[in-house]
Design a protein around this ligand. Sequence first.
Ligand code: PMP
Length: 412
Amino acid sequence: MNSDSNCQFDALKYRADFPILSQEMSGKKLVYLDSAASTQKPRQVVEAMMDLYYKYYANIHRGVYQLSQKTTDAYEGVRTIVKEYINANLDEEIIFTRGATESLNLIAHSYGKVHIKEDDEIIVSEMEHHANIVPWQQLCKETGAILRYIPFDDNGELILEEYEKMLSNKTKIVSVVHISNSLGTINPIKYIFAKAKEVGAVTIMDASQSIQHVKVDVQDVGADFMVFSGHKIYGPTGIGVLWGRMPLLKTMQPYQTGGDMIKAVSFERTLFADVPAIFEAGTQNIEGAIGLGAAINYVNSIGIENIAKYEHYLLEYANAKVAEIPQVKIVGTAKEKASLISFILEDIHPHDVGTILDKCGVAVRTGQHCTEPTMKHFGITATTRASFAFYNTIDDINVFIESLKQVIETFE
Ligand code: PMP
């Protein structure tokens, strides 16, 4: 098993940072191919969180004692780590949430309810995760705004001519996924946002599937808001990020209210805190933020460009191998793709595929991947999805391919 000398990426070295990957399942080596759902956590992340618990845990903000100040500094320091990672302007533009879903709900509530009126238009794409559809549907229901969907073709590529026809001075928000979690398509987000800007719309980037695979530079792509979840980038569950441009964040109403998001409270009125505290009501996920900071530092230590290159190499290899199995039909064949393969196997239900693969030690995801409209486009209800991360190897893919052949043999 090797990470292949052609690519000069020492996947085995990094894989050793992930103790969970060295175990067996059903007496076979575990081949974890579900990183698009959640990535595994390296020792460095777990240890950073343990360090917090063992050495300096206290509640943050306004604690006069040293322990609390130390925790506060560490928590606030993660804003700087995220800011630098995504090339934001200010630490204060980084808001901690529970994840991408909460970040999108926060924008829909706090920006949407202030700025969106009847007959305004919001554009998303037909390949969005439910998290980037439902909050906008709710907002439209409440405001009378109209939600429009950019269609995609049978390869899973957005039809940009249709998008451009939709744009008008009624378009107020364009919210699009950078990389589709069920098709793997890398969308031309920079172009999409540039077009949105021509009509003065606010742009939102769902970076849930890109933040861990490719360089995300919010300035370069022309985003106004960007969201992602910590658990997709080797960090803990229950922490995520909303980044927004400060002038926009300043126009928004709070999402939740209560402690920690105020300057002063009396029985008559409340003075809210400034951004970002105004959007972080209640005791925050302190350990989550520390873990997220450690995860980004870890990714930086490898280099996101190196990760992208290696994962692309894995994808190319897997594509070539899958192509040798005629029963496999890949769902999502865009020219620009990230490291996942969604597929159906003639007459075999994805849940059966997943269950048999599991017996071979191979963990894949099956279902509609929270993208029911995307499945509907292809006239299917589910796919099997194998998704790769830099801790996967060519050997993992070989095991996956051999196991797929076993699935087919079982049903023959
Ligand atoms: N958007 C995309 C593209 C995703 O893949 C996911 C998670 N599968 C989400 C949003 C939602 O992320 P979370 O469940 O962590 O909030």
